[in-house]
Design a protein. Structure first.
Length: 277
């Protein structure tokens, strides 16, 4: 397939990234994952706004504006005949002789993007998934969608080894989010999720879910909750671009509610489905 390197759409086999690319050496860059449904990039503008914000937060000047990147996305979808899948996009601080200090303005950031065909995780959305709890050992700027994902990778690997789909993270007992998702509990008909502070990534799916709650009179609060609230929740779900509204039916081997996706989670799934159709 075709991939984007800076503003050039080329064959993947022709793409060259230098071994001293700062993304490769320092994880010095930011990224986005955007879902494509039936040839349309879902909430692309919101993702690109966050992409630009992430770049700004690490003091990187994005080489292209939002409209140019929207055009790149459309081009990638068309050229690769992508119907249902995802777009991965990242920008690094460029290539220079290895040095922690930022390169000068003559060194341009390196933008890369590619597409992938992916089915919606229908079976998991229907039946729910298992999750485990893990320590949140990440840095204090989790609001930045940084390329540095080692703590997330370690947590997800641990989850996989325990037969779980996701690791839900906590800092000293306060639940933050999943290793690659946002986390929610439902208690007495009310949805709760960690506020969008420096301790979580403000998920685009999370923002869609909050809007859906507000528009449909579903009580929701952006409020930190504890591990105890998670373990005794009526329902748990997680959300991300690729996982959508995903029910969690087991936590550390214990059933949540009756061990099936709960009514509020299912209601939000229906509302979300209507948005992507
Ligand atoms: N992950 N929190 C973290 C730590 C994430 O990595 C993600 C997304 C989310 C959900 O954000 P959104 O709804 O905007 O996808 C929350 C992507 C999908 C990934 O790294 O693959």
């Amino acid at each position: 397939g075709k991939v984007l390197v800076n503003d050039q759409l080329i064959e993947r086999t022709e793409a060259v990234i230098d071994i001293e690319d700062r993304g490769y050496q320092f994880g010095d860059g930011v990224y986005e994952v955007i879902r494509v449904y039936d040839g349309d990039a879902f909430t692309a503008e919101e993702h690109l706004d966050r992409f630009l914000q992430s770049a700004e937060k690490i003091k990187m000047k994005m080489p292209y504006d939002k409209q140019q990147m929207l055009d790149f996305i459309d081009l990638l979808i068309k050229e690769n005949h992508l119907h249902d899948g995802s777009i991965y996009m990242q920008v690094t601080r460029g290539t220079t002789s290895r040095n922690h200090i930022f390169p000068g303005n003559d060194i341009k950031p390196v933008l890369t993007a590619y597409t992938k065909e992916v089915e919606r995780p229908k079976e998991k959305l229907e039946n729910g998934v298992k999750a485990m709890v893990a320590d949140d050992i990440r840095w204090l700027r989790c609001d930045i969608k940084s390329l540095n994902l080692l703590p997330n990778v370690l947590a997800k690997q641990e989850a996989m080894e325990q037969g779980c789909y996701e690791a839900i993270l906590h800092r000293d007992g306060t639940v933050t989010e999943g290793s690659s998702s946002n986390a929610y509990v439902v208690k007495d008909g009310k949805v709760m999720t960690h506020p969008a502070t420096n301790l979580i990534l403000n998920g685009i799916t999370r923002q869609v879910i909050l809007q859906l709650c507000q528009a449909n009179q579903i009580p929701v609060t952006e409020e930190a909750f504890q591990l105890e609230d998670l373990r005794t929740a009526d329902e748990i779900f997680i959300s991300s671009t690729t996982s959508e509204v995903m029910p969690v039916v087991q936590l550390d081997g214990q059933s949540i509610g009756d061990g099936k996706p709960g009514p509020l989670t299912k209601k939000l799934q229906t509302l979300f489905q209507e948005k992507i159709e």
